[in-house]
Design a protein around this ligand. Structure first.
Ligand code: 4AD
Ligand code: MG
Length: 464
């Protein structure tokens, strides 16, 4: 007989009954009686498992005993129409071999539902649950859609460095990169740390953003995007902050802030629409299990025009709201997520793009408005999340940019290369950064950012 090729469960479930098939995967559950066993087999290709029907009399008892939740098996048999409800086809097993057993006494993912908190403590095994299978497949689909979106628009994927000598956001939240012996750090005669003896001959860190290098790309290639990991040593233990997260940063020559806002809105809607059209089964699972309004919320974002609102106007609305906030609001304060969510969820009931922030609460590179007080920053604020995108039109005047750098007392010598974009052939340009995990929080409906990345890094936690 010709050897049958292994099929994925996803394809098996769509195949016509009557054929000889081969399936491989992990046992989710096994139930039945003395005569017949039903095994739910999942291989990660879909949220659905395929049912394996085992006539126990035709199998070695010792093999059947090894088939427990979590074990990995290989099954050959006949795909048959299923009489049970819930599935169209099942496999009548002819041969089963066990690749790897999973001792029921110690395998932590037994049948019963587990809390997300517990699953975080076994992040190395949680991809085997329905929930994380769904989340990780959606994460993949979104990564693919991001590349497709920009590729279709003619943007160039630019790889910006992860190790850098500059602090893009100027917030001092950098993880240092060094090979100096921390027990015996060399010093200069003046008593400072002698970074000339360090690996790169200077002080370096993990990047907080690829934007500054992205701007170099945009001022040559026109439209670029980055999509990579970024690192922030901010000690924020919240459901929305990671120390290592992925960011998508498009940067476009000749875009003013209005063009930037339009792109941001179109981009997010494209991604949400892509998820609705391509991740239906996984979204339905998450919708039914965790968040009954997930799919309707996703649909509503696709069909809603985002509100455009200045910071000044937003502060006025918050001040007049009569709402009691944990952090009081007045013109000049940085908005907290409670403020952002009030505007989005209670006041407007739709996503908001807020612009023209006080320069004091935004980064040095943002285009300065004529009022001398505000800059052309823009944040996209989302229901349940708060800030999902941060961006701006960039200051394209060398003079104004230098003045701001000096005003802030920034280390100018680490930025000379950046200033060259304004020295030679400067142009209006804009860009933004979408936090990949914040997007995934929205799309999956998960409540904690630790549950949308396979191996989260947060303060005091860098397991695996
Ligand atoms: O607003 P941020 O700090 O902007 C920048 O880094 C700009 N350089 C982007 C640009 O204009 N090219 O960060 C951008 C986005 C935020 O809106 C948020 O979605 C996400 O990155 N983000 C985080 N996500 C998870 N954990 C954190 N600690 C995050 N900090 C920012
Ligand atoms: Mg921001």
């Amino acid at each position: 007989m010709e050897k049958v090729k292994r099929m994925k469960v996803k394809d098996l479930l769509k195949s016509a009954p009557g054929q000889e098939v081969l399936a491989k995967g992990w046992v989710r559950t096994k139930r039945g009686n003395k005569n017949v066993s039903f095994i739910a087999l999942n291989d990660g290709s879909t949220i659905n498992s395929i049912q394996i029907v085992v006539d126990t009399a035709s199998f070695d008892e010792n093999v059947l005993k090894k088939i427990t939740t979590g074990a990995c098996i290989c099954v050959s048999g006949i795909l048959t129409e299923s009489l049970g409800s819930g599935q169209k086809v099942e496999i009548q097993a002819k041969e089963i071999s066990v690749y790897g057993e999973a001792d029921p006494a110690s395998y932590p993912l037994q049948k019963k539902g587990h809390t997300l908190e517990f699953l975080r403590t076994i992040a190395h095994l949680r991809p085997r649950t329905n929930t994380f299978g769904a989340v990780l497949r959606i994460r993949h689909a979104m990564a693919f859609a991001i590349h497709k979106y920009f590729n279709d628009k003619g943007f160039v994927y630019l790889h910006t460095p992860l190790i850098t000598g500059s602090d893009c956001e100027g917030a001092g939240e950098m993880f240092q990169v060094t090979t100096l012996d921390l027990n015996n750090v060399p010093h200069t005669p003046e008593g400072n740390i002698d970074y000339s003896q360090d690996f790169f001959g200077k002080q370096t860190s993990l990047t907080v953003s690829g934007q500054l290098e992205g701007e170099l790309g945009a001022m040559a290639l026109g439209e670029i995007y980055t999509f990579g990991p970024t690192f922030r040593a901010e000690n924020s233990n919240t459901p929305r902050h990671l120390a290592e997260f992925w960011m998508i940063e498009p940067e476009m020559a000749f875009y003013e802030i209005e063009d930037n806002m339009e792109l941001a809105e179109d981009f997010i809607k494209y991604l949400v629409r892509y998820a609705l059209e391509n991740c239906g089964e996984d979204l339905k699972f998450l919708n039914d299990m965790f968040d009954k309004e997930l799919i309707s919320r996703l649909e509503s974002v696709v069909n809603t025009e985002f509100v455009r609102l200045t910071y000044t106007e937003g502060i006025r609305i918050l001040e007049e709201s009569g709402e009691k906030f944990e952090f009081p609001v007045s013109w000049g304060v940085d908005l907290q997520s409670e403020h952002e969510r009030y505007l989005v969820e209670k006041h407007f009931g739709k996503p908001v793009i807020m612009t023209d922030y006080p320069k004091e609460i935004k980064a040095f590179y943002m285009k300065q408005n004529d009022d001398g007080k505000t800059v052309r920053g823009m944040d996209v604020l989302f229901p349940k999340i708060g800030e999902i995108i941060g961006g701006s039109e960039r200051e394209s005047s060398l003079e104004k940019l230098e003045a701001r750098i000096n005003e802030l007392g920034m280390k100018r010598d680490t930025l000379e290369w950046y200033l060259d974009t304004r020295r030679f052939g400067s142009a209006p340009h804009s860009g933004f950064g979408l936090g990949f995990e914040r997007l995934l929080l929205f799309v999956t409906g998960m409540a904690n950012i630790r549950d949308v990345i396979p191996f989260p890094r947060t303060p005091k936690n860098a397991e695996y």
